[in-house]
Structures are given as structure tokens and as C-alpha cells.
Design a protein around this ligand. Structure first.
Ligand SMILES: [Mg+2]
Length: 411
């Protein structure tokens, strides 16, 4: 009786598989070529293409980095041509093996692999006629929150600089930029706080005196006074503070109840970060310089921060970021992905955010690039009211407007 049931079950389970169950049971497609191109945005947005013999092209993006093109075309192309693009997990490991000892754990090798991984997911979704989020296990939310990086100083959006020419680091400039972002619908706005105060100081020691701390606090106070409860405020310290200064700054900012304080310390030392988090009453975020689940392991296991900021086209790609989120979920840490990319990187990050419960918001870093939305062939804006509705079309669910890409393509 039992044997009968077991053999029936086995027959059913394997009925749909061919003789090579190691390969994905997808359409018999083959990768025919890999390439890259650069869009000249506020960063050199590096688009990765994976061509297939089925006329489907997967579009991905790698974090801007020298050497990505050479690694993809000289090393990864010969490894992947002829492979089935829907074998994403196996091909990810194959790419890591092929670059073993040459950056497959971190750095530009991992960045190149990430860019290809995004394109493989896009190709897979298009070949299987499914959106990427569905292939990852389905959506837990219909839309993802996007936070506005308002930068600071010279890089601040034009509307905030009006009448501020010489004083873009003054608190009033920050307040105006915050108001503009809130009016565009963003619920979280972020500013760089590692900025000049106008005083001549030695920044290399990472020690800052009380007058410097006071300048940072006045910036946050001005933003808070302008937007009140209309949006949450986050600040980015870009690794530029010593533990003692970071502690004094975090304490000075405690009354403002910030959404998070990003990268208060240099990125390498998890012990120092954990110690800071224990000593101050602040939500701490880090992670844009970490690679893969192994790179995030100590931050997660030591509970050294509250929020993790993997960069999808850098840290290993879509599936790797989901794995990081799943590890973090066991420690009640949340994902706030770093993103300085084009709409391709942004869409890939949105698909991850749609599929993991422990997600807060992803970054939008291109408010000063007026043609960012024009890169997409669609009727409506991709980011609306500080949110992205997760697209239902196959793959990443977006199509680039190749005429606009061409206009901004970098040689
Ligand atoms: Mg940052």
C-alpha cells in the first residue's frame, strides 16, 4: 500500500523533468552574447545585456566601476555563452567559480557578476512570461517605498540651490531641498551630513570639535523645522567620523528621532559599529560597501546595526540580496537598499523589496537628473509619490527607451 503510494508520488514528481534535472526545466534557450554600455547619468550607469537565441534580451545593471566591461566580455562571456539563461542559481555559482581568486568574493568581480545576474533574471522572466518577483516567491506588497537622497552642497537639486549660490551647505538650503522632496511625495528624505561647515579643519583624524557637531545639528534642526512630521529624516555620514565623534554626534541628534543614521564609522570594523549602536539611542544603517551574504554575516549575527543597505547591482544581485534579507529577518533587521543606479537597478531592487517582508525603502539618488524617468518607455512615471508600483510585465517589468539611452550613451 505504502510502496504503491510512494512510487506513484515519485512518478508524478519526476514526470515533468527530462533526463538532466540539474538543469532548469525552462524553455530550451541558449545565451549567445553578453555586453555592456554606459549611460552618462550622475554616475556612469553600466547597463549589461544578455542575448539569447530566442530573441529575448535580458537587461541588467552593474554598479559603476572600472573594469566591469572587460570582466564581462573577456571572462564571463566565454563561460556563459551556450548556457541556459534560466539556470540563474547555477550560473551565479559558475561565474563565481570562474572568477575564483580574481574578485568573486568582493570587489569589481562581484560587481560584474551582479550585473549579469540581474540580466539573467530579466531574461528568465521574459522567457517564462513571469515577473521576477513571481520567480522569487511572489509579492508580499504591491508597492515599495522609495526614499529621496537630497545630497548636499553642490550636488543638491537645483530647486534647493536658488538664491543659495555661495551657501549650499547652510541649513536653509537643506530645508528647501527637504520641502521640495516632500512636495514630490517622498515620506523619507536623506541628507549628507559629512559636509563642510565653512571652517578650516583637519578631517583626516575624523575627530570633530563641538562647533562642527553644532553645524550638523543646525542642519538637521532646520530640516525638521521645515518639514516637521511630513516626512522622516535620515542622514548619511559617509564613514567620516571616529567612534568618539560619532557618539557625540549621534547623541546630539537623538532629540530629532531620525529615521536612521547611515555609515557613522568607517566600513570595515563591525565591532566598532556594534559598540556605537549599544552606546547611542539611534537607528544605525550600513552595508553599501559589503558583498554578499558572507560580507553581511557579522553585521547580522552581531546585530551591529538596525538597517542593512546592500546595493543589488554590487553585492551579488537579486537572489543574493534576498538571501541577505532572509538572514537578517532572523535577527529582526530590515533592508534599506542602497541605489545610485538607472531605472534598471532601481527596478531590480524594487523586485527584491516586493518579495521580502523586512524591507523599509529603497534609495533614489537621481533627483537632479531630469531625464531619469525618460529612460523608460512607459506612459506614467515609474516613481510616483515616493513609491514604485511593482510592474507585472515579464522579467524586471520595464523597457528602456533606446532613443533616450542613445542620447545619453557614453563612449
Ligand atoms: Mg550612503
Amino acid at each position: 500500500m505504502y510502496e504503491d503510494f510512494a512510487s506513484k508520488l515519485a512518478a508524478t514528481m519526476w514526470a515533468d523533468f527530462d533526463e538532466t534535472p540539474r538543469r532548469a526545466d525552462g524553455p530550451p534557450a541558449e545565451i549567445t552574447d553578453l555586453n555592456t554600455m554606459v549611460i552618462d547619468g550622475n554616475f556612469p550607469w553600466t547597463i549589461v545585456t544578455v542575448e539569447t537565441d530566442k530573441g529575448v534580451t535580458g537587461i541588467g545593471e552593474a554598479y559603476p566601476s572600472p573594469g566591469v566591461h572587460e570582466i564581462i566580455t573577456d571572462y564571463l562571456r566565454p563561460v556563459l555563452v551556450g548556457e541556459n539563461p534560466t539556470d540563474v542559481e547555477r550560473l551565479y555559482n559558475l561565474m563565481r567559480e570562474s572568477l575564483s581568486g580574481r574578485g568573486s568574493q568582493e570587489g569589481v568581480g562581484t560587481i560584474a557578476i551582479s550585473g549579469v545576474e540581474l540580466a539573467l533574471w530579466d531574461a528568465t522572466g521574459k522567457l517564462l512570461d513571469q515577473p521576477v518577483y513571481q520567480l522569487l516567491g511572489g509579492k508580499v506588497r504591491e508597492e515599495v517605498a522609495v526614499y529621496a537622497d537630497c545630497h548636499a552642497g553642490e550636488a543638491m537639486v537645483e530647486s534647493a540651490k536658488e538664491g543659495q549660490e555661495e551657501e549650499t551647505y547652510e541649513p536653509e538650503a537643506y530645508a528647501k531641498a527637504a520641502r521640495a522632496a516632500v512636495e514630490d511625495g517622498f515620506d523619507i528624505v536623506k541628507f549628507d551630513l559629512d559636509v563642510p561647515s565653512g571652517r578650516e579643519i583637519d578631517t583626516l583624524s575624523r575627530h570633530f570639535d563641538p562647533a562642527e557637531i553644532d553645524h550638523k545639528e543646525r542642519v538637521v534642526a532646520a530640516v525638521m523645522e521645515e518639514i516637521g512630521d511630513d516626512a522622516e529624516i535620515a542622514v548619511d555620514l559617509h564613514w567620516n567620523f571616529s567612534p568618539e565623534t560619532a557618539e557625540r554626534l549621534c547623541r546630539a541628534l537623538e532629540p530629532y528621532d531620525l529615521a536612521w543614521i547611515e555609515d557613522p564609522l568607517p566600513p570595515e570594523n563591525t565591532d566598532a559599529m556594534r559598540e556605537l549602536k549599544r552606546r547611542v539611542n539611534a537607528t544605525i544603517l550600513t552595508g553599501e560597501n559589503r558583498y554578499g551574504r558572507h560580507g553581511f554575516r557579522d553585521l547580522i549575527e552581531d546585530q551591529a546595526v538596525d538597517f542593512l543597505a546592500p546595493d543589488v547591482p554590487k553585492t551579488g544581485g537579486i537572489a543574493e540580496t534576498k538571501k541577505i534579507a532572509d538572514m537578517a529577518e532572523a535577527y529582526y533587521q530590515a533592508l534599506v537598499p542602497h541605489n545610485i543606479g538607472s531605472p534598471v537597478a532601481t527596478a531590480a531592487t524594487a523586485h527584491v523589496g516586493a518579495t521580502v517582508p523586512n524591507f523599509v525603502a529603497l534609495e533614489y539618488h537621481a533627483r537632479e537628473v531630469p531625464w531619469w524617468e525618460d529612460l523608460l518607455a512607459r506612459e506614467t512615471d515609474f516613481i510616483q509619490n515616493g513609491r514604485i508600483q511593482i510592474p507585472d510585465s515579464p522579467g524586471l517589468g520595464i523597457e528602456l527607451d533606446w532613443d533616450v539611452v542613445e542620447q545619453h550613451r557614453k563612449e
